[in-house]
Design a protein around this ligand. Structure first.
Ligand code: NFE
Length: 572
């Protein structure tokens, strides 16, 4: 038996360590450890709940806006505030474009190089790459001359001996299977995706003032002025046109580059549609309200669970069934609390009990992670794009069904193929397709509101704290790119008494619980074959397919056990 350790796992956000035991060339057991402490909850104590979203965004350097969204929703829920229709639309546009941008970045910049050998691109015939590109898509940048210019760029990089972001890849690993021409196609799109994501996220620059860390959220609405007759307003007819252009650009890139590339690359790895699934239980809170946030039935993405891979039933989700478990995490709960608490009464008492560095292995029989273990009714759940696509597919949502069925048909696969490493990757691309298409509808609704004089963006009547109850509790749920995100706030005497976050990556990368039940990453790695344990590329494929963000899941470094309450380190 041999133990493989990957620490740090790179091409992710934050600090993740994977230990895997090998038997007969396959992973026989695995442990996932977050190696940073999480502290935003402590930083938020005693602050004005109206400013929580500004701090909470700093949880992450990638999906910052999602924490603003969950935070304002939690405080609005506690204070009983509904937001005006324009704020709902602005938030839907911000959230969907965040997902689209994040998914494109994940596929090309964080994950593709697990399947694409950059060095293979050097050997490609650009004329053949051009033929392949034109056979799978109408994307115009597809000439042999263009691909030759990309190849020359890569050659220049190699000749300079400064491989930069491409240093230390597992290049030449025997399980890289793409023909050099497809490697070149993917490398070209890797570079194009860098330009695309920068341009596309101008949606956030317009609506949020900047990206990352948007500035226009407010408890009770948004601070995004709308006025058809005011050139200085954030939204006027000219800006609506700009939003439409950017939305079209997103749809085009996703449909002509991202989704065709997933299908093309995946066709060389068919066995990865049967590998890496893990739990078989999937959960989503749902999002994109068409009316008030409370009318969950109106959501464009449905709330629900799929259990034991059974697509015939969408089970309801009751947030009261969620707990966070610390039996195997470096935390303690007070006195009689045991090891499992609902986040509304959650506690953040860090207590490191692992080995002192340098160490070879974690003590995986004891506590081994800074992540807690979220559970739904004591069960670990996979959250994320695959969970969202499965729940909406099973619920018969037409846009999701048509995207998923179209891809399955094109790839000649059955729905069971989705329960896999590549199923996760494909689901993310299909979700980007569905969300990119939804943007134009919300922009039209904003335009229509503006044209009929409905300009309200904020519901300000709760801004006088004297009107608040002495005590209040609220929950803010949101679907972030990596999955279901929850913020829980308790307000007392107008200040935050307790604040708890369960990020998607906490659901996914968390350790075992008190019953010894594995988390999603750990379960998904079982039985993964490794061609060469010195280059555990196969482990990276599955872990990366979840799009890890440990920064979200843990938050603030505390290597020297210094006081954390006024220190924030963002992860970007
Ligand atoms: Ni830091 Fe995040 C997303 C959230 S991940 S990226 O998506 O919330 O756990």
């Amino acid at each position: 038996m041999a133990r493989v350790v990957i620490d740090p796992v790179t091409r992710i956000e934050g600090h993740l360590r994977i230990e895997a035991e090998l038997q007969g060339g396959k992973v026989s057991d695995a442990w996932s450890s977050g190696t940073m402490f999480r502290g935003i909850e402590i930083i938020l104590r005693d602050r004005d709940p109206r400013e929580a979203w500004i701090w909470a965004q700093r949880i992450c350097g990638v999906c910052t806006t999602v924490h603003a969204m969950a935070s304002v929703r939690a405080v609005e829920n506690a204070l009983g505030v509904e937001v005006p229709d324009n704020a709902r639309l602005l938030r839907n546009i911000i959230a969907a474009s965040q997902n689209v941008q994040d998914h494109v970045i994940h596929f090309y910049h964080l994950h593709a190089l697990d399947w694409v050998d950059v060095t293979g691109a050097l050997k490609a015939d650009p004329a053949k790459t051009s033929q392949i590109a034109q056979s799978i898509s109408d994307w115009p940048k597809s000439s042999a001359v263009y691909f030759k210019s990309v190849q020359d760029r890569v050659k220049g990089l190699v000749a300079s001996r400064q491989l930069s972001i491409f240093t230390s890849g597992y290049w030449g690993h025997p399980d890289y299977r793409l023909p050099p021409e497809v490697d070149l196609l993917a490398v070209a799109h890797y570079l194009e995706a860098l330009e695309f994501q920068r341009e596309y996220i101008r949606l956030h620059a317009v609506l949020g003032g900047k990206n990352p860390h948007l500035q226009t959220f407010l408890v009770g609405g948004m601070a995004t002025s709308i006025d058809p007759n005011e050139p200085q307003a954030v939204l006027n007819p000219e800006r609506i046109d700009l939003l439409r252009q950017l939305a079209t650009m997103g749809e085009t890139f996703v449909n002509q580059v991202y989704v065709p590339d997933i299908l093309a690359i995946a066709s060389y790895y068919p066995d990865w549609f049967q590998r890496g699934e893990g739990l078989g239980n999937f959960m989503t809170y749902g999002d994109y309200p068409a009316g008030g946030l409370k009318s969950v039935a109106s959501y464009g993405f449905k709330r629900g669970m799929i259990l034991n891979r059974d697509l015939s039933t969408v089970h309801p989700v009751d947030p009261a069934q969620i707990t966070e478990n610390v039996a195997r995490s470096w935390y303690e709960y007070d006195g009689a609390s045991g090891t499992s608490l609902h986040p509304s009464e959650g506690q953040t008492h860090p207590k490191y009990a692992g080995p002192q560095p340098p160490y070879e292995f974690l003590d995986v029989e004891a506590k081994y992670s800074w992540l807690k273990s979220p559970r739904y009714n004591n069960m670990p759940m996979e959250v994320g794009p695959l969970a969202r696509m499965l729940v909406n597919y099973a619920a018969g949502q037409t846009d999701v069904k048509s995207a998923v069925d179209g891809a399955l048909l094109a790839a000649k696969l059955q729905p069971q193929a989705l329960y896999s490493t590549l199923g996760r990757v494909a689901a993310r691309g299909l979700e980007a397709k569905v969300l990119a298409a939804k943007l134009s509808g919300w922009i039209d609704e904003l335009d229509a509101n503006m044209n009929r004089g409905e300009l309200r963006i904020h519901n300000g009547e709760m801004w006088d704290p004297a009107s608040w109850p002495k005590q209040a509790q609220g929950t803010g749920l949101h679907e972030a790119p990596r999955g279901s995100l929850g913020h829980w706030v308790e307000i007392e005497d107008r200040k935050i008494k307790n604040y708890q976050v369960i990020a998607p990556t906490t659901w996914l990368a968390g350790p075992r619980d008190a019953n010894g039940v594995r988390g999603a990453y750990e379960a998904s790695l079982l039985n993964t074959p490794l061609v060469n344990p010195e280059q555990p590329l196969e482990i990276l494929r599955t872990v990366h397919s979840f799009d890890p963000c440990l920064a979200c899941a843990v938050h603030v470094v505390d290597a020297a056990e210094v006081e954390l309450a006024h220190e924030i380190l963002t992860c970007a």
